[in-house]
Design a protein around this ligand. Sequence first.
Ligand SMILES: [Zn+2]
Length: 305
Amino acid sequence: MREPSALPARERLRADVERLAVPRHPVTSPEALRAAEDHVAGELGAAGLRVERQLFRWGGREYHNVLGTLDGTDPARPWVVIGAHFDSVARSPGADDNASGVAALLEAARLLARARPPATVQCVAFNLEEIQNPFGALRLGGEVHALGSFRIGSRAYARRLRDAGQAVAGALVLEMLGFTGPVQRVPATVRLLAKVPRVGDFLAAIGDTRSRDLLAAFSRAASGLLPLVPLTVPLRGWLAPDVRRSDHARFWDEGYPALLLTDTAELRNPHYHRASDTPETLDYDFLTRATEAVVRCALELATTR
Ligand SMILES: [Zn+2]
C-alpha cells in the first residue's frame, strides 16, 4: 500500500461545498437534487472509483444512492464504508447539512484512491436522508406516506449490504462536519451518558455498543487533529433518540458497526435547516481536519482488519 500522497485540500473541500449548496429536495427542487447526484458521481469517477447508481423507489418515483467502490487488493477483507447524504431539506442550501459531509466524502475518496489500501472501500452518497417522519403520515408531492417512512436511501443500502452477506469492518457516516461556534447545547439524555463541553469546537463520534472498537479506532485517528467527544450509546440509541437521527442508525439496525460523525447539528449551528445554512458560515479548517481523521481511520480499518 502506498501512503496517501497528499493531505485533504481545504480549497477542494470548499469548492465542493459551494458547488452543492443550493436547495436539493425531491419535491421542491428535484433538478438540483439530480445535479448533486451527478456531481457526486462525476467526482467519484474522476477520483478513480468504480461508480454505480443504486436504484430504489419511494413514493412512486425512482431515486439513487451513488456508490463509489475502490476495489481492494485482498477481497477476503471486510469492507470499509464511508457515507454521507446529499439531499437537503426544502428551501435550505444545506451547506453544513450536508454539503460539508459530501465534500469530506469526495475528498476522502480522492485520498484513499491514491493510497490503494488492501480492503475494499465503498464511498456512498445517500439520497433521501432528510425524509424523516417517525411520528405519523407525511404529505409529500400530493402523496401520503406512512409511519416509519424515513432515511430511505440508507435503509435501502444497508439492507442490501446485509442481504448480500457483506462483512463490514465499520461504516463512518458523515453528517454535518463544517460548523464550529461559541455555544453548544447538550440534550439531557446525552448529558447522562457523557461529559460534553459547552463550547462548540469539537467533533462528536457516536457509536452503539457493537461499535466500541470502531470508536476506539476513530479516536486514535482524530488524536492530535481536533477535539473529539466519543460517545457509546446502549440499545442502538433508542434511549436517546437524538443520537439515531442520521444514516448510521440504519447500519446499527442491520447489525453493522457504524459511527455518526457530526458537529452536532442544531445543538450548535443556528442555521440548521434554514435558508442561512450557507458556505460562508462554515469553518473550513475544522472540515479539513475532520476529513483527515476520516481518511486516517479508513486506512487503519482497511489495512488491519
Ligand atoms: Zn443531515
